[in-house]
Structure formats: C-alpha cells, structure tokens
Design a protein around this ligand. Structure first.
Ligand SMILES: NC(=O)c1ccc[n+]([C@@H]2O[C@H](COP(=O)([O-])OP(=O)(O)OC[C@H]3O[C@@H](n4cnc5c(N)ncnc54)[C@H](OP(=O)(O)O)[C@@H]3O)[C@@H](O)[C@H]2O)c1
Length: 347
C-alpha cells in the first residue's frame, strides 16, 4: 500500500448528469485523477483504499435531482458516484479509525476516497468471513432483511411468507431467516436460473418466475392456497395488487422497496387497498437507517449463522471500476444473480 502523504493516481466512476427513466451505463464515466493519501491536518477525516463497492437499487433515487433536504441527497454531477463499500484505512485523523483498519459504510466509487463525514462508518472486526459480505449480508442489505423481517413482520413459526425479488441481496436473506423461524416460504424472481437458485440453494419451499406469469393473482393463489401471512415487498406495482388479493386476516406487508417503480416518471396505481381494511392487514414501510443502532445485536445473530453454514449468501461479482456502471444499471433489468458487488481491489 502507498505511504502517507504520497499523491497517487485515482481511477473514479463519475456521475455525469441527472437521469430520467432507466439509467444507462453512459450516465457514468471512468476517469483518472490524483489524490493525496494524507487526511487533512486536525480533521476527523479518513483516507481509505476502496476494496468492494455495493450496487444498490436506492442509488437510482440519488440519480434524480431532489431538492427536498429531508430525503436522500442527489449525486453531484461531475463527482464520483457514492455508495456503500468496504475499504481499508490509509490515513486517519479520526480517533476511532487507524491506518490498516477495515471499515464499511458510505464511500466513493474510486480507488481512494477522502471521507470527511465518518458518521456512517462501521469498523470491521470479524475477518474470518469474506470481506465483500460487508456490502451485503453483513452490511446494509443484511440489516434490511433482518430488521424488516424480524421487527416489521413479527413472524411466527408456521406462517406463510412471500418474498418478491427473492434472489437479490435482501430477498435471499429474508427467505432464509423465514426458514430458520420454521415458516413456509415462497419467492418470486425474474428468471429460471433464479428460481432454481431459490429452491435448490437457498432453501425456499417454492418459487416462481413472475415474468412467465400472465396472472400474478393465480400464481400466488397456487403457491398459497390458504393465503399469505407475511409479504416482504421489494418490487411494488402490479405485484402489490396481486399480493393484496392473497393475504390472510391479520397479515403483515413489510414495504421494503418498490424497485419496479424507481425508473417510472409516473408510478403505477394500486387497486386493491380495500383488502387492508376488511382483512385487518398491517402494511408498513421501513428504512434500514432507523435500525443501524442495532448493528452489534444483528452481528451477534447473523455471524454465527454464517459460520455454522445455516445461512448462505450468493454474490454476483463484477471485476474493476470499469465494470461498475454496467453492474449498477443491470439491477434494473435483473442482470444480477444475488448481491451485486464490484471489486476495486482485493486488499
Ligand atoms: N427499506 C430499506 O431500507 C431498503 C434497504 C435496502 C434495499 N431496499 C429495497 O429492497 C429491494 C431489494 O433490494 P436489493 O438490494 O435486494 O436488490 P436486488 O434484489 O439484489 O436487485 C434488484 C432486483 O430487482 C428485480 N427487479 C428489477 N426491476 C424489476 C421490475 N421492474 N419488476 C420486478 N423486479 C424487478 C431484479 O430481480 P428479478 O430478476 O427477480 O426481476 C433485480 O435483480 C429494492 O426495492 C430496494 O430498494 C430497501
């Protein structure tokens, strides 16, 4: 690793301009600039070498100009894309991070980043698992699956659970957590390969390819003849309407995400909301950031499950920053099989 104070070249993925509709690879470009590896004197900043970057659907919302300061800020055109990643500290003015430490949190899509706001950084203390897992199962998507399923859905043994976008970063974990709880779990995904993965590797009881189903209501009815107790929603749109018609009394719908809506200028409407009323359904949205204070408790439960092989994690690895724009854009056509990670460097 390069030494402190040295100025080195820095390959970056730059966000070109605000996006309308589906994002394209050309909404970003790769350029090389230079960076000092020294944290500013007297500051709390950290300079990191980025190792693994996370591609997440919410990043699409940051590609749209958003003037509302209460929401996630937009990316800044002309500057590197920002997102979750795993990195190694090169220099630090922060009392909690020292050179050589590994961390995960918000960083830049570039080889080296100067991070001035260390609020969202977590030190990595367990390295007996793949480091890339801190972009997924041990990072933001893992926390999302855990908090969304256990806190928002309040599952009980034997309940019927439906997960949409089930083979992705979050969905594959929700399904496995539900199986560990003794639930019956069905997932939907967008290809034959993903359906096989759900049934044969991830332990789902059943799965279907929603792209092959003209009638989603009947597809769900076939999988859940007695109805759904818990619907973990990642997709939105038509799937919500189909789900609502298949819920049981006192069912819970955790609204984790609505990836089918992120690229639409006009979101689709939902017709079947009346079912919330007469079936006494609780439909609740949640944001993972509200649960980050429970990160150590989360690690205490999930790390042993990984080590004991009770939970597995499927990753889709793109090599190099050059391939990062395609990897990110690919999320919106289901190119990723499992958690989409970009490798910048392996230490
Ligand atoms: N609430 C929170 O705090 C929070 C935190 C993290 C993530 N999320 C949300 O959780 C959801 C899953 O995120 P993830 O990281 O696990 O992503 P992911 O599932 O790993 O990747 C996105 C997947 O969405 C599916 N998809 C894309 N466009 C679609 C469409 N039009 N209709 C149906 N499915 C579509 C694709 O799978 P198929 O091949 O199956 O179509 C794609 O692989 C997203 O909605 C995300 O925004 C929420």
């Amino acid at each position: 690793m390069a030494g402190n104070g040295e100025v080195v070249s820095n390959k970056q993925v730059i966000f070109k301009n605000f996006v309308e509709g589906f994002p394209k690879e050309t909404d970003m470009y790769v350029k090389t600039s230079s960076v000092s590896l020294k944290a500013e004197e007297g500051s709390n900043a950290v300079v990191v070498k980025n190792l693994y970057l996370s591609c997440d659907p919410y990043m699409r919302t940051r590609m749209t100009f958003n003037p509302d300061p209460s929401e996630l800020s937009s990316f800044v055109p002309g500057y590197p894309v920002q997102g979750f990643g795993v990195a190694k500290v090169v220099d630090s003015g922060h009392p909690e991070f020292k050179k050589g430490d590994l961390l995960w949190g918000i960083t830049g899509w570039e080889e080296y980043s100067l991070i001035r706001n260390s609020e969202g950084l977590f030190k990595i203390n367990h390295t007996d698992v793949p480091l890339s897992y801190y972009t997924g199962i041990l990072g933001m998507p893992g926390m999302t699956a855990w908090a969304g399923f256990f806190e928002v859905c309040a599952p009980k043994k034997g309940e019927y659970v439906y997960v949409s976008a089930a083979s992705g970063a979050v969905g594959q974990l929700v399904g496995q957590f539900a199986k560990l709880m003794g639930c019956y779990v069905v997932g939907s995904a967008g290809s034959k390969e993903k359906v096989e993965l759900l049934k044969n590797k991830l332990g789902f009881d059943d799965a279907f390819n929603y792209k092959e189903k003209k009638d989603l209501v009947s597809a769900l009815k076939r999988c859940f003849p007695e109805g759904i107790d818990i619907y973990f929603e990642n997709v939105g749109g038509k799937m919500v309407d189909a789900g609502l018609l298949n819920m049981r009394d006192r069912a819970r719908i955790a609204v984790c995400g609505m990836v089918s809506q992120y690229n639409l200028s006009k979101p689709e409407g939902v017709q079947n909301l009346m079912h919330i009323l007469h079936k006494r359904i609780r439909m609740e949205g949640f944001v993972v950031f509200d649960f980050f204070n429970q990160y150590s408790k989360f690690l205490e439960t999930v790390l042993p499950s990984i080590r004991e092989g009770k939970v597995v994690y499927v990753e889709d690895i793109a090599e190099g920053l050059e391939n990062a724009p395609a990897a990110l854009v690919g999320l919106f056509s289901g190119q990723n099989v499992g958690k989409q990670v970009v490798v910048v460097a392996r230490e």
